[in-house]
Design a protein around this ligand. Structure first.
Ligand SMILES: C[S@@+](CC[C@H](N)C(=O)[O-])C[C@H]1O[C@@H](n2cnc3c(N)ncnc32)[C@H](O)[C@@H]1O
Length: 361
């Protein structure tokens, strides 16, 4: 499942960087902000995508140090290659991106990014309105016109649907469990709707529901317009249908081959966990008997529990379609920028809202 999530991330990053490159003069510099970058799990992706500048930031000092260590190792290895490849310049910043204005911490405060990438982390920002605003400001304010804000996060609609269908304040299966800390399921706040997410038994920091219609309004204040917002399952189907990323699926071992090779254990222990894969293969077998060409005797899959866990995620992208000028303001007080002029497509419905209703879910 981790490999599958990584595949989604790689595909989304590759697709967005391609879109960015199409609109840049050949050879123009490509800069990326990796927000909540963790231990540097995406460093190799930035190298493969040949970005020129990278800023990584995370709240956890040890993760930032590990990330920087990996980067230095990468530089060192590259310098020993016969034909040394150019590696991007990178800065590493330890900061809480929900409470600090990152721009104040950049070596060059005028730095502009083509892409702000926030992978599996956006949900940490929604503890309060102020924190969400700060995180969004950090993601959007330094984007170049035409730049993108790309992320993966949990799909709150799906979470709320599952919560309301459950008997108590929690739901899940063998792979994941989500326990809400809010008092009831009918009145969930827009900010601070807190839950604990256990993935394969491990709990990370508490997370918060991200109400997407509100996000669209908040980012619109930075001239950002929604490009897409897709559950992982749809994103996967769409790319596979187009024939994109099949090789990468194999290389990343993003799916389990079913049936497994001899002496290989499947992730899930029971055969019920793979009945969908069995049915698919049986149907292909029937096609073959009816004279249809079919060679699929193995299929790549995830167990049912893993699919169920994965289907709570979504991937989203916003693009900066209007220039904005940021009014100077104290770091502790997040203030929206003033709009300047449309640069791409003004986005008919992208009206910023000053009113916020207490509960919307
Ligand atoms: C699930 S990890 C994702 C790491 C990386 N983006 C990836 O895709 O591998 C979430 C990361 O968000 C970081 N994080 C959580 N809250 C944060 C905050 N308020 N400011 C900055 N980073 C934060 C954590 O320290 C952790 O490294």
């Amino acid at each position: 499942m981790r490999n599958f999530n990584n595949w989604i991330k790689s595909m989304a990053i590759n697709d967005i960087l391609m879109r960015i490159r199409q609109n840049k003069p050949p050879g123009a510099e490509m800069s990326v902000l990796d927000l909540c970058s963790g231990k540097g799990g995406d460093l190799l992706k930035w190298r493969k995508e040949q970005v020129d500048r990278l800023v990584c930031t995370d709240i956890a000092r040890t993760s930032v140090e590990l990330n920087e260590g990996r980067y230095k190792e990468m530089l060192n290895q590259a310098s020993q290659e016969v034909r040394p490849q150019k590696i991007f310049k990178a800065d590493f910043i330890t900061a809480d991106c929900t409470k600090q204005r990152l721009r104040d911490l950049y070596k060059d405060p005028e730095l502009q990014f083509d892409l702000a990438s926030c992978q599996f982390s956006f949900h940490y920002g929604f503890e309060s309105h102020q924190q969400a605003k700060q995180m969004i400001q950090n993601a959007c304010e330094c984007l170049r016109p035409g730049g993108y804000f790309l992320g993966t996060t949990l799909d709150s609609n799906e979470l709320v649907k599952r919560l309301r269908a459950s008997e108590d304040m929690s739901f899940g299966n063998e792979v994941y469990r989500i326990e809400f800390e809010t008092p009831n399921k009918t009145q969930l706040p827009l900010f601070g709707a807190k839950y604990n997410f256990y993935l394969e038994g491990v709990v990370d920091c508490p997370e918060f529901l991200v109400h997407f219609p509100l996000v669209e309004k908040m980012v619109a204040e930075y001239g950002m317009k929604l490009v897409y917002r897709e559950p992982f399952a749809d994103f996967f189907t769409e790319h596979i249908r187009k024939g994109d990323g099949r090789d990468l699926l194999g290389r990343m071992q993003a799916l389990e081959p079913y049936p497994p090779a001899e002496e290989v254990n499947l992730v899930a222990k029971t055969s019920e966990a793979y009945t969908h894969a069995r049915s698919y293969l049986d149907a292909r077998q029937a096609d073959k008997q009816n004279g249809w060409p079919s060679t699929d005797m193995k299929v790549g899959t995830l167990s049912k529990d893993e699919w169920e866990a994965d289907s709570i995620y979504l991937v989203f992208a916003f693009q900066k379609v209007e220039e904005t000028t940021t009014a100077p303001f104290p770091t502790s007080q997040v203030q929206a920028p003033t709009r300047k002029r449309p640069i791409i497509d003004p986005g008919a419905n992208a009206e910023p809202s000053s009113k916020q209703t207490r509960t919307l879910f």
